[in-house]
Design a binder for this molecule. Structure first.
Ligand SMILES: C[S@@+](CC[C@H](N)C(=O)[O-])C[C@H]1O[C@@H](n2cnc3c(N)ncnc32)[C@H](O)[C@@H]1O
Length: 143
């Protein structure tokens, strides 16, 4: 049984979904819904059950793909967009990429750093729509 399948975890997640739906303006204020994404992590108070997409494991299709590809060349760089709590970024790093992973939410980035204190991933707070200019053309893999 994975953590999100645990009944108590699932009950907390269902309650969080209700709370989060109540504060979701569906992009009326900002089509990119930045404040809602940030609120998700603020309101979670460290409980991953309260982050609706946090499965605490890499996405199965990503994990499958990483298992199937040839090892990346030495120094190959990957960028993980909207990394959330970091499980995808960690899986990509474990496959041999040098990973930069970013999220809009500073809270998410702090939380992720504390989940993976020995990580080789460079976790950064950044906005997809205002990316640092020196990131352009710098990555071999973007996901
Ligand atoms: C659906 S979640 C997916 C999180 C993670 N990739 C996963 O699979 O668990 C989308 C993530 O993108 C982040 N996000 C939303 N808008 C963003 C933006 N403009 N720039 C960077 N990250 C953003 C959210 O904070 C959230 O963590």
């Amino acid at each position: 049984m994975t953590i999100p399948d645990n009944p108590e975890f699932a009950a907390r997640r269902a309650a969080a979904r209700t709370r989060l739906a109540a504060i979701d303006d569906k992009g009326a204020g900002d089509p990119h819904r930045r404040s809602w994404f940030q609120a998700v992590y603020e309101l979670a108070e460290g409980d991953p059950a309260s982050v609706p997409w946090a499965d605490l494991a890499p996405h199965p299709l990503l994990a499958q793909w990483l298992a199937e590809i040839s090892p990346p060349r030495e120094g190959a760089r990957a960028l993980d967009i909207g990394c959330g709590l970091g499980d995808n970024a960690e899986a990509i790093a474990a496959r041999g990429f040098r990973v930069t992973a970013f999220d809009l939410s500073e809270k998410a980035i702090g939380w992720t750093r504390s989940r993976f204190p020995a990580s080789r991933v460079d976790y950064v707070t950044a906005d997809l729509f205002k990316l640092p200019a020196d990131w352009f053309g710098r990555f071999d893999l973007v996901q």
